[in-house]
Design a protein around this ligand. Structure first.
Ligand SMILES: NC(=O)c1ccc[n+]([C@@H]2O[C@H](COP(=O)([O-])OP(=O)(O)OC[C@H]3O[C@@H](n4cnc5c(N)ncnc54)[C@H](O)[C@@H]3O)[C@@H](O)[C@H]2O)c1
Length: 346
C-alpha cells in the first residue's frame, strides 16, 4: 500500500465511469487512476484517455497483474457480486456502485468475502455527499428537530429510455427488478441515513405508468417503519417529473422540520417566525465521494456506508417487492438474517 495515493482499477467503463474518473482526477493527492478493465476495448480506451491508466479486457487479469490497491465497480447490476468477491479475494479494497448486489444469497457471499479478506468496501452512495444531506444529518444528530417522526425522500425524473437504448436495465435478470432497485436505491439509502434507525417493515405500491416495455416497474412508492419510531416515505420514478415544489427530502421532528431540494436547505423550529435558510458550499458529488473512499483507505477508517448499509438498503427493497407482490406489509430482514448466521458487518 503506497503511503500517499490509493491506486484504483476501474471495472466497467460505461456511462457512470466518466463521473467516477472525474472524481479521481479531482483528488490528485490521494488517488491514482491506475487501470481500467472492460471487454469493450473502445470504452476502456475512451475512459483511459491520456491518463496513463493501463487497459485490460477483463478484470481477472487486471486483478492479477495491475499495480492497484482498490477497485471501483461500475458494472451492470447482475455482475456486481462476482466482481466484489474476486476483488476481495485478491486483497483489494472496493468501491461499488449501487445496488451492492441483488439477492440475500449474493449479500451473504459479498459479506463473507469482504470480511474474510479484511478489505474495506464502500457503497458508492453519492447523494450522501451533498452538503444539504450532511447538514440535515447534523441538524438531526444535534437535536435541533428533537425526536424525529417522519422522513420523506423523492427521486423521480422523466426518463427517455426506449427499448433500443435501455440495454441491461430493461431486464429483471440483469437489473434485479425495475426502477426501484436502480434509481430507487438513491432515495432508499438517503431515507436510511436520515432516519437513523434500522428498517423494520415496508409496504409498497409499484406501477408501470409509461415505460411499458420494462419487465420491472417504472415507479414505486414505499412506506418504511424504522426501529426508532421514524416512519419514512419514498417516491421514485422514471415515468414522470415530480410536481413543482416537491422536496428531494424532508424531515419532521417534535421540535420542527427541515426541507431540501438537494441544493438548498431550510429548517424551522416550532414557534420560529420564518424558516432559517442554510448557506451551503458548492460540491462535486463524485469528487467528494471518491475523496471519502480514498481517505478511508489511507487512514483505515470506516466509510460512511459499507456493505452493512448496502445490505440494509437491499433489505428494504426486497421487502418492498415482497409487499407489492403479496399486497401486504412485509418485514425487513435484518443484515444478520440476510447474510445468515455469521457475524454482522460493523
Ligand atoms: N450513482 C449514480 O447516479 C449512477 C448513475 C448511473 C449508473 N449508476 C450505476 O453504475 C453502474 C453502471 O451503470 P452504467 O450506466 O455505467 O452502465 P453502462 O451499461 O453504461 O456501462 C457498463 C459497462 O460495463 C462493461 N462491462 C460489462 N461486463 C463487463 C465485465 N465483465 N468486465 C468489465 N466491464 C464489463 C460494459 O462494457 C459497459 O462499458 C450500475 O450499477 C448503475 O446502477 C449509478
Amino acid at each position: 500500500m503506497p503511503s500517499t495515493t490509493v491506486r484504483i482499477g476501474l471495472i466497467g467503463a460505461g456511462g457512470i465511469a466518466g463521473a467516477h474518473i472525474a472524481g479521481y482526477l479531482r483528488n490528485p493527492g490521494t488517488v491514482t487512476f491506475a487501470a481500467v478493465a472492460d471487454p469493450v476495448r473502445e470504452a476502456a480506451d475512451l475512459r483511459a484517455g491520456d491518463t496513463g491508466a493501463a487497459v485490460y479486457a477483463d478484470y481477472a487479469t487486471m486483478l492479477a497483474e495491475a499495480d492497484i490497491d482498490a477497485v471501483d465497480i461500475c458494472l451492470p447490476h447482475h455482475l456486481h457480486k462476482d466482481a466484489i468477491v474476486a476483488a476481495a479475494r485478491a486483497g483489494k479494497h472496493i468501491l461499488c456502485e449501487k445496488p451492492l448486489c441483488l439477492t440475500p444469497e449474493e449479500a451473504a457471499e459479498v459479506d463473507a468475502a469482504v470480511t474474510a479478506a479484511g478489505v474495506t468496501l464502500m457503497c458508492a452512495h453519492n447523494q450522501l455527499f451533498l452538503p444539504a444531506v450532511a447538514k440535515a444529518k447534523e441538524l438531526i444528530d444535534t437535536g435541533v428537530l428533537g425526536h424525529v417522526y417522519e422522513v420523506r425522500t423523492t427521486d423521480s425524473f422523466f426518463n427517455d429510455f426506449d427499448p433500443s437504448n435501455m440495454g441491461w436495465r430493461s431486464h429483471a435478470a440483469t437489473s434485479g427488478g425495475g426502477e426501484l432497485i436502480d434509481t430507487g436505491y438513491h432515495p432508499t439509502y438517503l431515507l436510511l441515513h436520515l432516519a437513523g434507525g434500522s428498517p423494520v417493515e415496508v409496504t409498497a405500491m409499484l406501477a408501470t405508468h409509461r415505460l411499458l416495455f420494462m419487465e420491472g416497474e417504472d415507479s414505486a412508492q414505499l412506506l418504511v417503519r424504522f426501529d426508532n419510531g421514524v416512519i419514512g416515505s419514498l417516491v421514485t420514478s422514471w415515468a414522470y417529473q415530480p410536481a413543482d415544489g416537491t422536496e428531494k427530502f424532508s424531515v419532521v421532528g417534535e421540535l420542527g422540520s427541515l426541507t431540501s431540494d438537494g441544493l438548498s436547505l431550510s429548517y424551522r423550529r416550532r414557534g420560529d417566525a420564518a424558516p432559517t435558510m442554510v448557506e451551503l458550499p458548492p460540491v462535486h458529488e463524485f469528487e467528494a465521494e471518491i475523496g471519502h473512499f480514498a481517505r478511508s483507505i489511507l487512514a483505515g477508517t470506516r466509510p460512511l456506508h459499507t456493505q452493512k448499509e448496502g445490505i440494509q438498503v437491499l433489505g428494504i427493497i426486497l421487502a418492498a417487492y415482497e409487499s407489492a407482490r403479496d399486497r401486504t406489509i412485509a418485514p425487513v430482514r435484518s443484515v444478520g438474517e440476510l447474510v445468515g448466521s455469521g457475524p454482522q458487518p460493523d
